[in-house]
Design a protein around this ligand. Structure first.
Ligand code: ADP
Ligand code: MG
Length: 194
């Protein structure tokens, strides 16, 4: 069993993954309960919505007031596996599917993608919301791009205009197949497509 402690929740990952939103003593107890309950509810709802639309997310096994139980994805976080062009290509497809389901992830970082073998699963819908606005989708992708460039400086970045946001509509997800270049630093450019 591995325990992860975040700012808001602890997650125990074993046979299943259990995410508990912890009490915050600096908040009024009524407000604290309400926020934790609402955020747990929202996360469960959006995780289920993503699942229903065929996005690679852990299946929700149950939820109670402040707790979600979901399938455990048995692998590394994406941050431990970069660069990996096959995984990134698939991640682009999953994000396009998520956006086609009108779900914006809201915190698309390399700690919120866990791999099962080579298959990326999106987790942590704690900041997710529904929207059909292209701008909201773009913010999601922009954040991921920033995270890749700042915390993984060896990775190349996009050039040109084509990206996930070019997906014409909510129909077919478009693979993220843009050529990348280095994040403004010298050195060898890994020839990956992302
Ligand atoms: N379903 C899951 N399967 C495997 N690991 C998970 C799962 N859910 C969470 N984790 C692990 O727990 C960590 C924290 O979970 P997360 O939902 O991102 O919580 P927080 O909201 O605190 O960031 C993740 O980075 C991941 O390593
Ligand atoms: Mg997280």
């Amino acid at each position: 069993m591995t325990e992860y402690r975040g700012a808001e929740a602890t997650v125990d990952v074993g046979e299943v993954a259990v995410k508990r939103r912890q009490k915050k003593t600096y908040r009024h107890p009524d407000l604290d309960s309400r926020l934790r309950r609402e955020r747990t509810d929202d996360e469960a709802r959006l995780l289920e919505r993503a699942h229903k639309y065929g996005v690679a997310v852990p299946g929700l096994l149950g939820s109670s007031e402040f707790e979600l139980e979901m399938e455990a994805v048995d692998g590394d976080r994406l941050k431990a596996r970069l660069p990996d062009s096959a995984v990134m290509e698939q991640l682009g497809t999953e994000v396009a599917k998520l956006h086609s389901a009108q779900v914006i992830h809201g915190d698309l970082t390399t700690s919120n993608v866990v791999l099962s073998g080579d298959d990326p699963f999106l987790i942590d819908f704690g900041l997710a919301y529904t929207s059909e606005r292209a701008e909201d989708r773009a913010v999601d992708i922009h954040l991921l791009h920033q995270v890749l460039c700042s915390s993984h400086p060896g990775l190349p970045r996009t050039r040109g205009r084509r990206s996930w946001t070019d997906t014409p509509s909510s129909s077919a997800p478009m693979p993220w197949s843009t050529r990348w270049r280095m994040c403004g630093r010298g050195g060898a450019t890994p020839d990956i497509k992302i």
